[in-house]
Design a protein around this ligand. Structure first.
Ligand code: FEO
Length: 414
């Protein structure tokens, strides 16, 4: 792809992964990029590396600009493998470089590499590094989304290099938001942002809010945000900041996601009158069958909607395995400000709907009870009951949404 100058003397030198479809279990139908940046100044400085399979690409991009042996500083904003695992190749080419990293980053790096021959400078929030004409200020962002995480701000260019935050899993020839929107669409980019946030940053909403407030307090004037995945925000970085503020607040659409699985189609049949009841109450609805949908897609759907109904047949007195797996995954993401319920079919003893409610409550989510259960096969009378259940649930979702201030999550229109 070749290096791309993003600011005078600052270059994207990363790699595009057009082929990845499973990013540690997260489905990435549009691939991703591993972004890293080279500051060509009096003291050549590399910020982040790339996933190890792509080391040769970043090295070639660097070689197109300078001899890699000239790299004096390497900033490691984050030690997850997709950003750090070319460090061995970089340090072979620039063995005298100093690595700038947080204390937790250094301790983590020690678990992956023999670092005894590398020089380190441990940094904290507010520490700076002069590259000559430019100054990098470090900002620790622990648990956004790893304990070691930090960002790097280049004052002279008003550039925030934000590691995973503000990223998107999209592979494209476009390096910037405006180019991507011209080639694809604004909506495609918005969906990529929400998908990434829901699957990676959802558990850290309160930390996102606090860190954005800290950035404001530090008075950092930001003209461009360069994340470690996807496109760089240059047309209007305030848009992505506003999207993150909204998502960190838990904003959602007035909409219901019916997320279910089924054994012999009885639970699946129930989704039809329930969805009709929701629609009749004036609320939009999505219906997602778990075995037909990647987990990360179902998670994104859950996150976009203010309400969710979980449908599960009973199997051996407990939830159907794919539904249990979804709820387990969701629990780890610690969703907030969503209202939920459950429904499903059973043969004799039942138990799945009760268990689904227990899990939903254990997450601290609002619930509407009781759920609705059908034995063996829904009758016409059961269809009517399901329709009414959907209608009533939609009413509760609308009331809950209004109590939270209503509105939609901010749209990103760069
Ligand atoms: Fe893109 Fe946390 O790694």
């Amino acid at each position: 792809m070749g290096a791309v100058e993003i600011k005078p003397g600052i270059f994207w030198v990363g790699a595009i992964d057009w082929a990845v479809r499973d990013f540690h279990g997260y489905v990435t139908p549009n691939g991703t990029t591993y972004n890293n940046y080279l500051i060509v100044d009096e003291h050549v400085t590399l910020i982040d590396t790339v996933k190890h399979d792509f080391a040769e690409y970043t090295v070639e991009n660097i070689r197109g600009l300078v001899d890699p042996a000239r790299i004096e500083n390497v900033v490691i904003n984050h030690i997850e493998n997709d950003h750090m695992s070319s460090i061995g190749q970089i340090m072979e080419l620039a063995p005298n470089a100093t690595i700038y990293i947080t204390d937790r980053g250094k301790k983590g790096l020690d678990r992956f590499y023999d670092t005894s021959r590398w020089k380190f400078q441990i940094v904290k929030t507010g520490h700076t590094l002069s590259t000559g004409k430019k100054t990098i200020t470090f900002l620790e962002t622990p648990m956004l989304h790893w304990p070691d995480s930090m960002m790097s701000y280049v004052k002279e260019d008003r550039l925030l290099i934000s590691q995973d935050a503000f990223g998107q899993h999209v592979a494209s020839a476009a390096r910037f938001d405006d180019e991507y929107c011209d080639q694809y669409s604004v909506t495609a980019l918005e969906h990529a942002v929400v998908d990434y946030y829901a699957n990676i940053l959802m558990p850290f909403g309160s930390l996102v809010k606090a860190k954005l407030a800290e950035v404001r307090k530090l008075g950092l004037d930001i003209d461009m945000i360069a994340p470690d995945h996807g496109v760089i925000w240059r047309r209007d970085p305030a848009k992505i900041l506003n999207m993150y503020l909204d998502m960190a607040e838990g904003k959602a659409e007035l909409r219901v996601a019916i997320i279910y699985d089924t054994m012999w189609h009885s639970t699946e049949h129930m989704t039809i009158p329930i969805a009709e009841g929701i629609k009749a109450a004036g609320v939009d609805v999505d219906v997602i069958k778990l075995r037909s949908t990647p987990m990360s897609v179902a998670i994104k759907k859950f996150w976009e909607c203010r309400g969710a109904l979980i449908g599960t047949p009973t199997l051996n007195n407990i939830m159907f395995p794919s539904v249990a797996e979804f709820l387990q995954h969701l629990k780890g993401l610690r969703p907030q400000k969503r209202i939920t319920g459950a429904f499903g079919s059973f043969g004799w003893g039942g138990g799945a709907v009760k268990e689904a409610y227990e899990v939903l409550k254990s997450m601290g989510l609002e619930t509407v009870e009781p759920g609705i259960q059908v034995q063996y096969r829904p009758s016409i009378d059961d269809d009517h009951k399901c329709y009414e259940f959907g209608k009533q649930f939609a009413g509760k979702v609308a009331a809950y949404h209004a109590a939270l201030g209503g509105g939609q999550a901010a749209q990103c229109k760069p």
